[in-house]
Design a protein around this ligand. Structure first.
Ligand code: PLP
Length: 381
């Protein structure tokens, strides 16, 4: 019996090293990693600039408490908010923590308690983030939930309008639902959310833990959505593999998060910030996102040429792409793994492709070849 709790359905593969998009297991078998550790390793495995950032910073200072000032955090915050309407950042260690901060800030700022979230959303596993999540399976056995979340169908204006009351602090959404099956907010629904937020003084929180930092072909996915969020949360790709999360907010929210309101021991420590700064400098560098979009177009085009639109719905943005197979994809994911391609499930029916943003066109070709060879064989054989 394992010395670990059994809370992950782990695949029987022990990965021991990686470079770029390629990872290698303990037996020396190589795989193309189209999971990026679930949207994390944005610059690929062992990117030389990240290795260097860790080496240099680890010889200087790994950790200081947030009791002391941090020009490094200030610089990273400035990079994240540059050319946006956000004004301030708070750093933490994970996506769930960033969402907890967002929930607290929204409640503190508005003095109201209800937060509206959406069916099939995923916001994390901590108590608040779990209660916010619109998937029953995530909550099973952990009730009662915090009762101030109201979860309604996604992209359904009538359902949203029906729950807007005087006690609503915020509407919280993923611009593209990642875990829930790659479902993007529609432009019409984004307009409805924006109008409600503006007219009722309700805050808009976007959870960009999975979609942020270039994953969808723009710095942040909200830039393509028509939303102008008051609060945005980030994690995953921000650290390129090193744990860090962030919450960004507008200037109006500054006074609501004064000294003593919120905090974390490790959040934004010098090592994490040095790595995240390196990631952000690369991803936000001119030309980088243009290449991400070119690769995205190539990946989508090749999938669409090979897979019939009657049977497969290919959707997503940038390098967050889903192939909806309209059946349980768990067997396909195992077959891909055997064939040397790592992919991840979204919902039940969707194969999610999340290669590093540095993936090459040749690697895209190889991945599409593996996927089509698996999907185009009748599953009864
Ligand atoms: N929010 C979204 C949209 C996510 O996809 C995830 C993780 O998959 C989280 C929050 C939780 O992030 P973490 O696992 O870092 O707590």
């Amino acid at each position: 019996m394992s010395t670990l709790f059994n809370n992950y359905a782990r695949r029987p593969v022990h990965l021991v090293k990686g470079e770029g998009t390629v990872v290698e297991d303990a037996d020396g078998k190589k795989y193309l990693d189209f999971t990026s550790g679930i949207a994390v390793v944005s610059l690929g495995h062992a990117h030389p600039a990240i290795v260097n950032a860790i080496q240099v910073q680890s010889e200087k200072l790994w950790h200081v408490s947030n009791l002391f000032e941090s020009p490094e955090q200030e610089k990273l915050a400035a990079s994240l908010i540059k050319d946006t309407h956000f004004a301030h950042a708070f750093f933490c260690n994970s996506g769930a923590e960033a969402n907890e901060a967002a929930i607290k800030l929204a409640r503190k700022h508005t003095g109201k308690s209800t937060i509206i979230t959406f069916d099939q959303s995923f916001h994390g596993r901590t108590f608040g983030a779990m209660a916010a999540t619109g998937q029953d399976k995530i909550k099973q056995g952990f009730g009662p939930m915090l009762d101030t979340f109201k979860t309604v169908p996604f992209n359904d204006p009538g359902a949203l309008e029906a729950v807007i009351g005087d006690d609503v602090a915020a509407i919280m959404l993923e611009v593209i639902q990642g875990e829930g099956g790659i479902h993007a907010v529609t432009p019409e629904f984004a307009t409805v959310i924006s109008d409600i937020c503006k007219s009722k003084g309700i805050l808009c929180i976007v959870d960009e833990v999975q979609t942020g930092i270039g994953r969808t072909g723009t710095r942040y996915a909200y830039e393509q959505s028509g939303l102008k969020p008051d609060i945005m949360t980030l994690a995953k790709g921000l650290g390129g593999g090193f744990p860090i999360g962030a919450m960004l907010g507008t200037a109006e929210l500054f006074d609501s998060f004064g000294p003593g309101t919120h905090g974390t021991t490790f959040g934004g420590n010098p090592l994490a910030v040095a790595v995240a700064q390196t990631v952000v400098d690369h991803v936000f560098e001119e030309g980088f996102l243009k290449e991400v979009n070119e690769k995205s177009n190539a990946l989508i085009r090749k999938l669409k040429v090979s897979l019939s639109p009657d049977q497969y719905d290919i959707r997503g943005q940038g390098l967050l792409i889903g192939i909806d197979c309209k059946e349980d994809v768990a067997p396909f994911i195992r077959q891909a793994e055997e064939a040397g391609l790592l992919v991840v499930q979204a919902g039940t029916d969707v194969i999610r492709l999340l290669p590093p943003l540095t993936v090459t066109e040749e690697e895209i070709d190889q991945a599409v070849d593996v996927l089509t060879s698996i999907l185009l064989v009748p599953t009864t054989i």
